[in-house]
Structures are given as structure tokens and as C-alpha cells.
Design a protein around this ligand. Structure first.
Ligand SMILES: O=C(C1CCC1)N1C[C@@H]2C[C@H]3C[C@@H](O)[C@@H](O)[C@]2(C1)O3
Length: 130
């Protein structure tokens, strides 16, 4: 009903704010756009579910997320994919993995500090009711 749409509108505002803050962080520049398949032809053979910050924003606007948990499944893909595709000891890979871990920690810290658990519980109830 209308109150549910108000809750989901507030969820989208929160998720957009988090995503935009991540996209402004210079450490996360490599995560802002999809990996360029012309530049990395084997990427989709290794990584089955690509994800990036611009795609998160598109998903939010398409009402893909009804809970923060669903949003975090996609933010987890971003850093998990980076760790998986860039496992080597060379400096570039290590640089990417350090930033992937920073992205993981930053998202968790924002959610811990800024998401009210009662709000997420209401979102989960809406998801289960649909
Ligand atoms: O995994 C990634 C992104 C970094 C976090 C997501 N890429 C795979 C390629 C390997 C490495 C060096 C460049 O070839 C560049 O194309 C990529 C992009 O970085």
C-alpha cells in the first residue's frame, strides 16, 4: 500500500546516497564502470556476474532492491569479482585487491553506522509479503 511505497522510496534514497559516496571515493575509481570487455576479452569467462557502481545506480532506479540485504549482495559482487579476477602477486593485482577489501569494509561500516535495523526489518517484511 502507499506506506510501503514510502518505505521503498526512502530505501532508494539511502542506497543512492551510499552508492554516490562510494563512486566519489578515488580509491574506488576502477569499480565505477563495468569492466571493458574489449579491453579484457576473457573477463566474462571468469566472472559470471559482473557488477559495478554505475550498474548499482541503474538497479536502484529500476526498483531492483526491496531490502538493503539484496543491495549488499550486489556490492559484494564488485569486490569478490575483483579479488577473483586479480589474484596474482604483481603490484597491479595487489593494488586492486587492497581497494576491493577497502570497498568491502567501507560498505559494511556505512551500513553498520547508518542503517536502522528496524527500517531493514520493515523492508524484509515487505519483500516477504510480495
Ligand atoms: O577487474 C578489473 C577491474 C579492477 C577492479 C575491476 N579489471 C580487469 C582488468 C585487469 C586489471 C588491469 C587492466 O587490464 C584493467 O582492464 C582491469 C579491469 O584491471
Amino acid at each position: 500500500e502507499e506506506q510501503e511505497e514510502d518505505v521503498l522510496r526512502e530505501l532508494r534514497l539511502f542506497l543512492r546516497n551510499v552508492t554516490e559516496r562510494l563512486a566519489l571515493d578515488r580509491r574506488f575509481k576502477a569499480f565505477t564502470k563495468p569492466v571493458d570487455i574489449e579491453e579484457v576479452p576473457d573477463y566474462l569467462m571468469v566472472i559470471r556476474k559482473p557488477m559495478d557502481l554505475s550498474t548499482l545506480l541503474t538497479n536502484i532506479d529500476q526498483h531492483k532492491y526491496v531490502t538493503v540485504r539484496e543491495f549488499m549482495s550486489d556490492t559484494d559482487l564488485i569486490w569478490q569479482n575483483a579479488l577473483e579476477y586479480n589474484p596474482d602477486s604483481d603490484p597491479m593485482d595487489r593494488h586492486i585487491r587492497h581497494r576491493a577489501c577497502a570497498l568491502k569494509d567501507t560498505v559494511r561500516a556505512i551500513i553498520r553506522d547508518e542503517l536502522d535495523e528496524d527500517f531493514e526489518r520493515v523492508c524484509e517484511e515487505i519483500r516477504e509479503s510480495r
